[in-house]
Design a binder for this molecule. Structure first.
Ligand SMILES: [Zn+2]
Length: 129
């Protein structure tokens, strides 16, 4: 976003730029009426919410990636990542895939559900702030 340019405060008598903004003009000595500007308000950042869809898709690409995207339960994410590494190790060979593919299929819905609930919980926390 662009912030509208704020004109520098000027002396109300001689229009000298008050630098630093003070009570009294350094040039003519006129006492200034201080205008207190409101401090910049924190922006409500739209899009700060985590997409449940992205979390689920990432989880299916690699278990635990959804949690890393959401930034919750990083310990669980590391566990899932290691678990996916083990599955990938099985799937490295055709015979291993007999074990690896069922392991993946069993874990996938669980990992996707975890990522979706983490994304939802994250968004709910965001609303509560
Ligand atoms: Zn002045």
């Amino acid at each position: 976003m662009t912030r509208p340019d704020v004109a520098p405060p000027r002396c109300r008598n001689c229009a000298e730029i008050l630098a630093p903004p003070g009570h009294v003009c350094a040039k003519c000595g006129t006492a200034q009426q201080l205008v207190h500007m409101a401090p910049p308000q924190p922006l409500v950042v739209l899009g700060a919410q985590k997409s449940v869809g992205v979390a689920v898709v990432l989880s299916l690409v690699w278990f635990g990636a959804g949690q890393l995207y959401v930034g919750r339960r990083v310990g669980l994410a590391i566990g899932l990542i290691v678990w996916d590494l083990i599955i990938a190790f099985f799937n490295f060979t055709l015979v291993g895939a007999i074990i690896g593919i069922p392991l993946w299929l069993i874990t996938a819905p669980f990992a996707a559900w975890l990522a979706a609930s983490d994304a939802k919980a994250y968004n709910e926390d965001l609303m509560r702030r």
